[in-house]
Design a binder for this molecule. Structure first.
Ligand SMILES: Nc1ncnc2c1ncn2[C@@H]1O[C@H](COP(=O)(O)OP(=O)(O)O)[C@@H](O)[C@H]1O
Ligand code: SF4
Ligand SMILES: [Mg+2]
Length: 373
């Protein structure tokens, strides 16, 4: 059963100077089942964070435009976090592209805030790259975690909430939790602060946890400790999670399924095993088996440092060409200009028609004309 079901999400920003929409998220559909961790990978600028912020209703720039459906189901109650949003935008008849903003962004923000008030930081919690930026510097971590407990769990009594906050500090392995309770975020090291933020996110006992590059700002040893912690929390608490990371090893360790994003869309979607597992990486050098992946995914795996690169002394290969300009999205495949697997039989299509996600295996989908048959 899916907890989160995103259908055809579009999040655009209007660039006044260019008088055009930046199509940051351009038709994304994803699902997360209860207890599962979905990983989102892709180069910087591919729309990962904007997808997460769209779910949270935290798109700030105006006049932003957002359309699609975000279904969220907890305790048997189904909610559409983007309900009625079509009132605020005008879509083209043929392809449902956003043509214009009908109403003021302010009204839309008011609407989102109303919908999200009961959900943000309660039923869906988010952890970010920079914990200090997302915690209140003037309130002790203990109080912030206690407040998260009282906000969304049946515990309302202050003393009980404090005990529960201490429990969460222990769960995230903060040593001397009772002493740390009275620390302000700035009194903690980066790794400790990240643990405190995870405790705060878990304290509201959310149905879904979204983690956006949770280990990126930390140094390597602390990074791996945080990943260990997240792996443990996942197995002990069975949390449902969306994990955004450009670190393939982190995704490999924690995720059940993976979506590979590029230029605002999902190019490949499937089990982490099919897409990232070690045997797939060995397949890499083997021209035949490598064809089980989207050309972008192959290039991405070869371009990011992973444990296997270190062990096997595999050289890193940068993906040639620039990331897609999402103002002027080409007609055909978004990856065409950088793709090295185009052949004569499909070239015409690659250039002129955007491929759909083709089913290539059990729950494995690839947006590429090579897989059309
Ligand atoms: N507030 C904004 N205004 C205009 N463009 C934005 C804004 N926020 C993000 N973008 C653009 O949207 C694209 C996707 O951004 P993002 O989701 O942050 O990428 P990433 O995959 O690195 O997380 C990028 O090209 C970025 O420049
Ligand atoms: S559709 Fe064509 S251009 Fe796009 S990834 Fe596949 S082969 Fe490459
Ligand atoms: Mg990001």
């Amino acid at each position: 059963m899916s907890i989160l079901k995103i259908e055809d999400l579009h999040t655009y920003f209007y660039s006044k100077s260019k008088q055009a929409f930046i199509r940051s998220v351009d038709g994304v559909s994803l699902q997360i089942a209860a207890g599962e961790t979905l990983g989102i990978v892709g180069e910087s600028g591919s729309g990962k964070s904007i997808t997460a912020l769209s779910i949270m209703g935290l798109i700030g720039a105006e006049p932003g435009v957002i359309a699609g459906k975000i279904g969220f189901k907890t305790n048997g109650i189904q909610k559409n976090l983007l309900q009625d949003i079509n009132e605020y935008v005008k879509l083209s008849k043929q392809d449902h592209r956003i043509m214009a903003v009908k109403k003021k962004a302010k009204e839309w923000h008011r609407h989102t805030d109303r919908v999200m008030k009961k959900i943000r930081g309660k039923e869906i919690a988010m952890i970010f790259q920079d914990p200090k930026a997302s915690m209140n510097p003037f309130i002790t971590i203990g109080r912030q975690i206690s407040e998260a407990v009282r906000l969304n769990t049946p515990i309302k009594n202050r003393r009980e909430a404090k005990e529960k906050a201490l429990y969460w500090l222990e769960q995230v392995k903060i040593d001397s939790a009772r002493l740390r309770f009275n620390n302000y975020p700035y009194g903690l090291s980066g790794g400790m602060c990240q643990r405190a933020m995870i405790a705060m996110a878990l304290a509201s006992e959310p149905a879904l946890l979204i983690a956006d590059e949770p280990t990126t700002g930390l140094d390597a040893t602390i990074q791996s400790k945080i990943v260990d912690l997240m792996a443990e929390l996942k197995s002990v608490l069975g949390i449902t999670m969306m994990l955004i990371s450009h670190d393939i090893d982190v995704i490999k360790r924690l995720c059940d399924r993976v979506a590979v994003m590029y230029g605002g869309t999902v190019l490949e979607y499937g089990s982490a095993r099919d897409i990232l597992s070690a045997d797939v990486e060995t397949k890499f050098e083997d021209q035949i088996n490598r064809e089980f992946l989207h050309p972008y995914t192959s290039a991405l795996l070869a371009s990011v440092p992973s444990e296997d690169h270190v062990k096997g002394n595999k050289p890193l290969q940068a993906i040639e060409g620039d990331v897609l300009d999402t103002i002027n999205i080409p007609r055909g495949c978004r990856f065409y200009r950088r793709c090295n697997r185009v052949n004569a039989a499909i070239e015409d299509k690659c250039q002129t028609v955007e491929p759909q996600l083709f089913q290539t295996g059990n729950q494995h989908q690839i947006r590429c004309w090579l897989y059309a048959a």
